[in-house]
Design a protein around this ligand. Structure first.
Ligand code: SF4
Length: 336
């Protein structure tokens, strides 16, 4: 594999040039579909150190990884996040350094992260109604998060995007206010179909709705689909001549959703996870531990071999239609 090769290829001919790296499992929000009771501290979290993260990213660029997304839990909980961004964004081969955050401290730190090398920002905002936002996240912070987003829009980021979990409640709230929100903002709001996890069975049964409801609304209102970039995530985005921003849909339950899979994940404890809905236990082929190869320099070849060997076991897709979320307990464990 040489540095110009844009990504590893699995048994289904899919190319992987994008890694979602979780840098912590800790989150300060209590979202109803993920951590309704909040994060329960464990004795020694033992998350990857900045040195281990740097070794990992350097090795992954040798396998053609070009886009890196830092996730969590809530990655901005880490007090060394700016150092991590500085070091990984400078790795030769990384062309996109992205962050997904719940936005709690965005207003204060956005400029610092961009200065450090951040190129792409995603903020999770599930409702524009302050009461509903507080009801979903457990935090009455919508105004300061929206202020942080406007701050980020004033910075030299390649893209600012919002992720909103599509809930039955959001459908009843309507999409018109979201359209107004993007009328004069150059960003995209992407609705994500609520996904079943090990922990959210009851909430899922009450709140899951199909993304087709949003598509129908977009169609009726004259929004048209936009072309997708090679290493774009799974969102289908729509534009409208009267609006600066876009509205998008991530529909894991849609047929063929996994056909275009282009991303791998590494957990905050250094486990490669081949799929969000993998069943990666110690003996499972759905992932492997990389940590022992990250503790010291000089392990790049061994890490390449272990990742490429694991990739042979990547499945065609998830089994959500069979209500099987794999061993995904909640999204904070894998960075969504
Ligand atoms: S569910 Fe798994 S296979 Fe499907 S797109 Fe996501 S990571 Fe890829």
């Amino acid at each position: 594999m040489n540095a110009s090769d844009p990504g590893m290829i699995d048994n289904f001919g899919r190319r992987f040039g994008y890694v979602r790296l979780s840098v912590t499992e800790i989150c300060n929000f209590r979202c109803l579909y993920c951590l309704p009771d909040g994060y329960r501290k464990t004795a020694d979290p033992g998350f990857l150190t900045p040195d281990e993260i740097l070794r990992l990213v350097r090795a992954l660029t040798g396998l053609g990884i070009r886009k890196l997304r830092l996730t969590g839990g809530e990655p901005t909980i880490r007090t060394d996040l700016t150092e991590i961004i500085t070091r990984v964004a400078a790795v030769p081969g990384i062309s996109k350094c992205a962050l997904t955050t719940n936005g709690w401290n965005l207003d204060r730190h956005a400029a610092e992260w961009v200065e450090a090398g951040l190129t792409h920002l995603n903020v999770s905002v599930d409702s524009l109604d302050p009461a509903q936002f507080a009801g979903i996240t457990g935090h009455d912070r919508l105004d300061e998060i929206l202020a942080g987003i406007d701050r980020a829009l004033s910075l030299p980021l390649a893209a600012v995007k919002l992720n909103a979990v599509l809930l039955a409640d959001s459908v009843s709230e309507g999409f018109g206010n979201w359209a107004e929100y993007v009328r004069h903002r150059r960003l995209s709001v992407r609705f994500i179909e609520l996904m079943r996890t090990g922990d959210n069975r009851e909430f899922f049964s009450r709140q899951h709705v199909s993304g087709n409801l949003l598509r129908q609304w977009l169609d009726t209102e004259g929004w048209v689909p936009c072309a997708r970039g090679a290493d774009d995530g799974p969102a289908v985005e729509f534009s409208h001549p009267d609006f600066q921003g876009r509205i998008g849909l991530i529909a894991p339950y849609a047929p063929g959703f996994c056909d275009g899979c282009n991303r791998l994940r590494v957990t905050a404890r250094g486990r490669l996870r081949l799929c969000l809905f993998a069943s990666d236990g110690p003996d499972s082929p759905d992932g492997c531990d990389l940590r022992d190869l990250l503790r010291h320099d000089g392990q790049t070849d061994a890490l390449h071999a272990r990742v490429l060997d694991a990739l042979r076991f990547k499945r065609a897709g998830h089994a959500l239609h069979a209500a099987d979320p794999g061993n995904l307990v909640n999204l904070s464990r894998t960075g969504g």
